[in-house]
Design a protein around this ligand. Structure first.
Ligand SMILES: [Zn+2]
Length: 301
């Protein structure tokens, strides 16, 4: 009896058309993000057009992930540098964050730094932490979907982000931007889990590659409002409470806080897909076999 009830409930849930978008719409939105960034950078789109394209992509992402909700008091993160904590964030108490004048859609908007720079100890600028002699892993701070990457920045290029990753956060519905990495290990469309290694820290990007720059990760979070507009958020409080994945080689140097967990205890769970919701594509697939299956199931129920 319980089985039959559960089955009927399943049937109800799966038949309900909860979303106005198809899986193809979703894929298109993900694949449209990087071309938008490239067009903004190359002045191939006006700020107004760019905003409208961005809003469209964000609407699709929100429809595909109907459970996302932004509550600044609820955000819990993994610290993005393995073995490090908020004390590696540049500026006094997160004062490196300046949102004034920021405009994602206008290349001419200058002067803001809607981000935190997070530094390693790298005196000889070889991108390796001096204490371990090894590269520092960058971890995804949250669960999400990779919606844009660059992994081919060339020395001398004027592009400031270097090798970067953009992730749509499937918990809060916002965007994370990781810049200046040496190498990245994810690609557009990948599902990432909080704490998953996505790259190693580097010195790519016009300014980050300069001698005067110390090796760091540039990390931005953009909240997306109902209309799909981006607003940079000062994440210092979140980073202060973030969970550190310990690197035993530098743990002693860090004097771990109570919040730290030992990475040996962290069992990697099988990847679970975030909640998705799509309507069936219009006419492309053959509905016949599905209908038949349903009929059979119904007669059984
Ligand atoms: Zn920065």
């Amino acid at each position: 009896m319980i089985n039959i009830l559960a089955f009927c409930l399943n049937l109800l849930i799966f038949q309900k058309d909860t979303s106005g978008i198809t899986y193809e719409d979703y894929q298109r939105a993900i694949n449209d993000y990087k071309p938008l960034l490239v067009d903004i950078r190359a002045y191939k789109t006006t700020p107004e057009e760019a905003r409208s394209r961005f809003q469209q992509i964000m609407h699709t992402m929100k429809e595909a992930h109907p459970t996302v909700s932004y509550d600044s008091s609820e955000v819990s993160l993994f610290f993005p540098l393995m073995g490090f904590d908020y004390r590696a964030v540049g500026g006094r108490n997160g004062s490196g964050f300046r949102a004034e004048g920021y405009d994602l859609f206008d290349q001419n908007a200058k002067g803001s730094h809607p981000a935190h720079d997070i530094f390693i100890k790298d005196k000889n600028q070889d991108c390796k932490d001096d204490r371990t002699g090894d590269y520092v892993s960058i971890l995804s701070v949250s669960d999400g979907i990779v919606i844009g990457t660059e992994n081919n920045w060339q020395p001398g290029s004027e592009y400031r982000g270097g090798n970067y990753i953009w992730v749509y956060d499937t918990t809060t519905g916002g965007l994370w931007y990781y810049a200046h990495q040496k190498e990245i290990y994810v690609k557009t469309g990948d599902v990432v889990k909080a704490g998953q290694k996505i790259s190693i820290i580097g010195r790519t990007g016009y300014n980050a590659a300069m001698k005067r720059s110390d090796t760091h990760l540039h990390l931005t979070y953009l909240r997306i409002d109902e209309e799909g507009n981006p607003f940079p958020v000062n994440t210092y409080g979140w980073l202060k409470n973030a969970v550190t994945l310990l690197d035993p080689r530098i743990a002693a140097d860090l004097k771990p806080l109570a919040l730290h967990i030992n990475f040996r205890l962290l069992k990697i769970k099988p990847k679970t897909l975030p909640t998705l919701s799509f309507k069936a594509p219009a006419t492309k697939t053959e509905p016949q076999p599905i209908e038949e299956k349903k009929r059979k199931r119904r007669s059984r129920a």
